[in-house]
Write a protein that binds this ligand. Sequence first.
Ligand code: PGA
Length: 261
Amino acid sequence: MAEVVIVADEDAAGALVADAIVSLIRSKPDAVLGLATGSTPLASYRALAHRIAAEAIDVRGVRGFALDEYVGLPPGHPESYRAVITREVVEPLGLTPELVRVPNGDPATIRTAGADYEAAIDAAGGVDLQILGIGRTGHIGFNEPGSSLASLTRVKTLTEQTRLDNARFFDSPDEVPMHCITQGIGTILRARHLVLLAFGSAKARAVAAAVEGAVSASQPGSAIQLHPHATVIVDEAAASELENLAYYRYAWANKPDWQRT
Ligand code: PGA
């Protein structure tokens, strides 16, 4: 079972994520981070940037792999995930740009981009800690419902719902690309620690399906149940449809010191 932690707000979640990543980097200065985009992880990146600066943590060796990228946006487009990762993660954290990869959404090389990305993750020794958001459709990365639980990095077609959800970043919904390249669910499951974040009532159903529903390609988030070390950090609104809420609170309140990382 995933460990479910219910927090007051995004900042409280960010503090927990920053704790986990700081302790990882202290024990492994060339740690490999799995990076999510979207609104959900932003408080975590802010908290982590603050810790890195305040504690003068050397992150020059830290490596990163983004989960996904749109296919076909012009290079340098401000909403390409390459640009978002540079703006929200690489620069504020002070990471070494060459050590942070994003899947390549250039249509000219898209046929081999998935295999190349898998090879790069393998060559890095795999992802140590993967940050995940979850879409209202239940997607993790851009693995929309129906994605194979064994899938690797490849091109997917975004659902209309996801394109509408992401239209806020573009001038109009029509500008949101139809296709993306995303780490597969099989790729994500190979990371050594999954940290899934969700905030707000719009995510409550997807969270309940991921944590307590049947494991199914129809609910890609449910793949976290197959992982031996998954942490789900949610606010009260995102937790509101969980059945075993009382138990999650009880387990967290009584977590043994030796188990805290
Ligand atoms: P959001 O997206 O963080 O912008 O809500 C999450 C996701 O689609 O995975």
